[in-house]
Design a protein around this ligand. Structure first.
Ligand code: FE2
Length: 268
């Protein structure tokens, strides 16, 4: 970590590679904000989802989300929902939120020989709705590492919590912290707290770099769409439309200002 010896344990965990194990260690996950579960899924399961995903792309039924660097929205294919029924997944998530675990979304993030771009440093939590106690499970459907633009994490930065805005975290801020790119084999899962700072480099190897991302949260969160295990309690999100919560948010103001600029330019 940085010079101030921020979080004593962090360096020890990193030096000894203690964040790689077949069994998830929640203490290490709490301290580092991430953990790699080795061999979480066997190759047969990985192949099932990878081949379906690549097949739909080859048939042009699936495309990268417009204006997003790596995202493929797969929710229209019910096939991928089967992931929530996988016994190995249930066993892993049972250790979260007293066994009452829900999910608000799943998607695939992919780089390849045609899409090699890096992703800037950010945290996910500001883009999500609900409490700040949430995680992504990145299931490796390919080998993912520093050569093909694998995810890079800044250990323990989730301890800073939500940073009060969303977007690119400056290099002046990140340079003070250690970063690491976990080396993942097919079937490994990178578990990541949603407040953890993360980024990815260019895909130098130009090989496929594919993660099946499942986002988990307390099943009682209003935005929960899928129950993986336990019970669902609490409010439902159907009290309001997520896209229409605000009458004047920052994003709405930016859109409105951009429109004004366009109009002014048109009038020139
Ligand atoms: Fe992210």
């Amino acid at each position: 970590m940085n010079n101030s010896k921020f979080f004593k344990q962090t360096n020890t965990y990193l030096k000894k590679n203690l964040y790689y194990n077949k069994k998830l260690d929640h203490k290490i996950l709490d301290d580092l904000g991430f953990f790699v579960i080795k061999d979480a899924f066997d190759q047969k399961i990985v192949e099932k989802y990878r081949s379906k995903f690549l097949k739909e792309i080859s048939k042009n039924k699936l495309q990268k989300t417009k204006n997003h660097l790596v995202e493929f929205k797969i929710e229209k294919f019910h096939f991928f929902k089967k992931i929530y029924k996988e016994l190995k997944l249930k066993k892993i998530v049972k250790g979260f939120f007293n066994g009452n675990v829900g999910s608000d979304f799943y998607r695939i993030v992919k780089k390849d020989k045609n899409n090699t771009k890096p992703v800037f440093c950010h945290q996910d939590v500001g883009y999500q709705l609900g409490s700040f106690d949430r995680y992504s499970l990145f299931i490796s459907l390919t080998k993912n590492n520093n050569l093909n633009g694998g995810l890079i994490v800044y250990p323990s930065t989730h301890k800073f919590g939500y940073l009060g805005d969303v977007g690119q975290i400056s290099k002046n801020t990140t340079k003070k912290f250690t970063k690491t790119c976990p080396n993942l084999e097919c079937g490994d899962i990178l578990v990541m707290h949603s407040s953890l700072w993360h980024e990815s480099e260019i895909n130098l190897a130009k090989s496929d770099r594919i993660y099946f991302e499942i986002h988990i949260q307390k099943s009682s969160e209003p935005s929960t769409k899928f129950i993986i295990c336990g019970k669902k309690r609490g409010l439902q999100s159907n009290f309001f439309d997520k896209k229409k919560i605000f009458s004047n948010s920052r994003i709405q103001r930016i859109i409105s200002l951009k429109k004004q600029i366009k109009t002014m330019k048109g009038a020139e």
